[in-house]
Design a protein around this ligand. Structure first.
Ligand SMILES: Nc1ncnc2c1ncn2[C@@H]1O[C@H](COP(=O)(O)OP(=O)(O)OP(=O)(O)O)[C@@H](O)[C@H]1O
Length: 232
């Protein structure tokens, strides 16, 4: 069974082709690294699957039965998304963000409490729960957004630059949480420019170049490709 299927995806915007001929599958309980240079189209791919950007052509399926073009609300509830830049609301406290996110994914109250008892101290945010985003550092805002994305147990989790702005301790903690999520049944697609760190977490990679898939396969092969291209 495929958790995510993308078939011949094309995105055009203002007469520019941002993604073209994108076709790939994601298997259950897997971690896949989406790699590529700045502007290759990684964030565009996430935003398009999430429905933030409109596709021009192609199909997107989750669990082989939920199409993006069918019941979009049902489709969207199957994906949790951690964006590159925190998108926090100025009028909500840290705790209210967690409650809002849990509510929008119908996370049961008991599960929410159990997750927060672990994740809040894990990311050292115990004394920030009643604070508003402007009272937090950039790294703290990133941690709040990270916890939000980890609260629901969706089949798919997209993470755009997970380690950006986090200190070494938080990076290692998040790495553990990503691996645990995958073991518990979530498939994770993540982008990162920190290739050494990604190699430790991901089993597979998809390399984008100028909006097209340049190569894909087991992460071990990505090292070979990289070395070869450096030697050339
Ligand atoms: N809303 C938009 N309107 C027009 N062009 C856009 C829009 N969003 C992104 N692009 C363009 O699409 C291309 C891909 O951008 P994208 O943000 O997906 O790259 P990325 O691979 O995530 O890069 P980075 O590693 O820098 O985060 C870039 O050329 C960018 O300028």
């Amino acid at each position: 069974m495929n958790v995510l299927q993308i078939k011949n995806l094309r995105i055009e915007m203002n007469q520019a082709v941002l993604l073209d001929g994108i076709t790939f599958d994601i298997k259950p309980s897997s971690v896949t690294a989406l790699v590529g240079h700045n502007g290759a189209g990684k964030s565009t791919l996430f935003k398009t699957v999430m429905g933030v950007m409109a596709k021009s052509e192609g199909e997107i399926w989750i669990n082989e039965k939920y199409g993006q073009d069918d019941d979009f609300l049902t489709f969207k509830q199957l994906i949790s998304y951690l964006p590159e830049e925190p998108l926090l609301l100025t009028e909500l406290t840290v705790m209210q963000h967690f409650q809002l996110y849990a509510m929008s994914y119908a996370v049961p109250e008991e599960k929410l409490q159990n997750s927060l008892e672990r994740l809040v101290p894990g990311f050292e945010l115990e004394d920030k729960l009643d604070k508003y985003p402007e009272a937090l550092s950039k790294g703290m805002r990133q941690k709040v957004q990270t916890i939000c994305a980890l609260l629901p147990d969706t089949p798919l989790l997209f993470i755009d630059e997970p380690f950006m702005g986090l200190d070494i301790y938080a990076m290692e903690y998040l790495e553990e949480l990503i691996q645990e999520k995958a073991k518990n049944g979530t498939s994770i697609l993540l982008t990162s420019h920190q290739l050494e760190r990604v190699k430790d977490i991901a089993e597979n990679y998809i390399m984008l170049q100028h909006g097209k898939i340049q190569s894909h396969g087991p992460i071990a092969d990505f090292q070979t490709i990289k070395r070869r291209s450096v030697d050339e």
